[in-house]
Design a protein around this ligand. Structure first.
Ligand SMILES: Cc1cc2nc3c(=O)[nH]c(=O)nc-3n(C[C@H](O)[C@H](O)[C@H](O)COP(=O)(O)OP(=O)(O)OC[C@H]3O[C@@H](n4cnc5c(N)ncnc54)[C@H](O)[C@@H]3O)c2cc1C
Length: 424
């Protein structure tokens, strides 16, 4: 069996793999990117039909290229995002092989590098970058049995309101996905219940600047660790309908029923935690803290940004918040479907290497693993809050490419012959 040899193998042809390829090329590192489907596949086929980017096009992109077909202040549709990465890969002549899945990776015995089994044969690589995404395996909490007579779907499989059966829907999770899907279902005329846990909900824009700008100038994208007790911050933002602040009170005014965290299901009855008011209040506090910090930044730097006092007006709590539903008989409420917007886990079962902690999480420092030659890219908080986002992964890839190039330099080093006298 012939074995192909590459210096650096990048697994995954999403934004992380493409950014990695760009920086490896700049550092002169020969490499190959393997993608099991198509470039930026998750943007194509693992997102709902109407999804647009959460950040404006001037921000949610790589430094080397602008979106060609939309205004910098608009929010790119998911197909535009996927097209952008296809065009970017072409622009940098990324050596990507699509339709090839990596099945397993083992360390070579007694020598550096990795033995990689793929769907198209064996490859040996000196370095390997796992760029298979921050959100790989949809998580549905095991609360409601499949035979409970309800249509259940994860947000990764949700496409549009027409997919759901007649009747009301419970959306569990109010991060960006849950909030946007619930809003879309409400727009489509469905009765919607939304289960709201702890969340941040920054203003979409304030004093004429989008929140991505505020998070940038306030240094918040650079936060190195998530808030205590959370793996990754649930942040409720949306670029849908031109970009609006996620405001759960306004959802309720439009007819949505808010409930607390979904806790238990028994005999057709769903139980919710009595935490709805606290979660809404915490989201408000986060919202107001961004306004406070933004105002202080404006004052400190003497910026000419028009004041926006009306942004501080927060409406009264709706009845579903002041008199929260703690138990709901789903059939009696007419609920026929549940959309679980409950997040994702990673799946590195193909990496047969000692690079994970007791909870199966990759061990690394800024993406550099303790296994020589193995790197992770694209994970939430890999180096900072921006790491799993389009613009952030590009900077992490730069750091890793530099690390790989430096290691190659060490491996290539040969000492000058000692003790040789002149002329000998
Ligand atoms: C609903 C949603 C909306 C988002 N919106 C935004 C946004 O607006 N702005 C933003 O900056 N970020 C956004 N993100 C976050 C992030 O940008 C995306 O998750 C993005 O897809 C991550 O890119 P990635 O390249 O790291 O991983 P992925 O896009 O997951 O790419 C990994 C690739 O690896 C391939 N792969 C996996 N396993 C193998 C294997 N064994 N062999 C070969 N190939 C393999 C997959 O097919 C995939 O194409 C969003 C995330 C979600 C879930």
């Amino acid at each position: 069996m012939s074995i192909e040899r590459v210096d650096t193998l990048v697994v995954g042809g999403g934004q992380a793999g493409i950014a990695m390829s760009e920086h490896l090329s700049k550092c002169g590192v020969p490499h190959l990117v393997l993608e099991r489907h198509r470039i930026a596949e998750r943007w194509r086929s693992e997102r709902w039909d109407s999804l647009v980017a959460n950040g404006p096009a001037w921000h949610d992109r790589f430094p080397g290229m602008e979106f060609s077909d939309i205004s910098p202040d608009a929010f790119a549709h998911k197909e535009n995002v996927a097209d952008y990465f296809v065009a970017y890969a072409e622009k940098i002549a990324a050596p990507i092989r699509c339709g090839v899945a990596v099945k397993s990776v083992r360390s070579n015995a007694g020598r550096p590098g990795f033995h990689v089994e793929t769907s198209a044969g064996v490859i040996e690589a000196t370095s390997l970058v796992a760029a298979t995404g921050p959100f790989q395996r949809p998580i549905i909490p095991p609360l409601v049995p499949q035979n409970a007579g309800l249509f259940q779907i994860h947000s990764a499989a949700y496409r549009n309101p027409g997919q759901l059966p007649e009747g009301a829907v419970l959306v569990v999770g109010a991060g960006s996905s849950g909030a946007q899907i619930a809003d879309e279902l409400l727009h489509a005329g469905k009765p919607v219940f939304l289960s709201v846990g702890p969340h941040d909900r920054p203003p979409r824009s304030y004093r004429g600047r989008d929140f991505v700008w505020w998070l940038g100038v306030l240094g918040k994208w650079d936060a190195e660790t998530p808030p205590q007790g959370t793996e990754h911050v649930t942040i409720a933002v949306s670029g849908a309908y031109g970009g609006q602040t996620v405001d759960f009170r306004r959802f309720a005014e439009r007819g949505m029923t808010l409930v607390g965290r979904t806790e238990r299901f028994r005999d057709g009855v769903m139980q919710f935690a009595p935490d709805l008011a606290a979660n809404i209040a915490q989201g408000d506090a986060n919202y107001l803290s961004v306004l406070d910090e933004a105002d202080a930044f404006v004052a400190r730097n003497g910026l000419d940004l028009v004041e926006e006092p009306e942004a501080r007006k927060i409406g009264p709590d709706p009845r579903c918040v002041t008199e929260p539903i703690l138990e709901l008989n789903l059939a009696k409420a007419g609920i026929t479907a549940i959309v679980w917007a409950t997040g994702f886990a990673v799946d590195y079962s193909w990496l047969k290497l000692d690079a994970f902690d007791e909870k199966g999480r990759p061990k690394h420092r800024r993406g550099v693993s303790p296994v020589p030659g193995l790197y992770f890219l694209g994970l939430p908080y890999l180096s900072r809050r921006g790491s799993s986002f389009i613009w952030g992964v590009w900077h992490d890839a730069k750091f890793l490419a530099d690390h790989i190039a430096t290691q190659r330099g060490y491996l290539a080093y040969r000492p000058c012959a000692r003790g040789k006298s002149k002329g000998s």
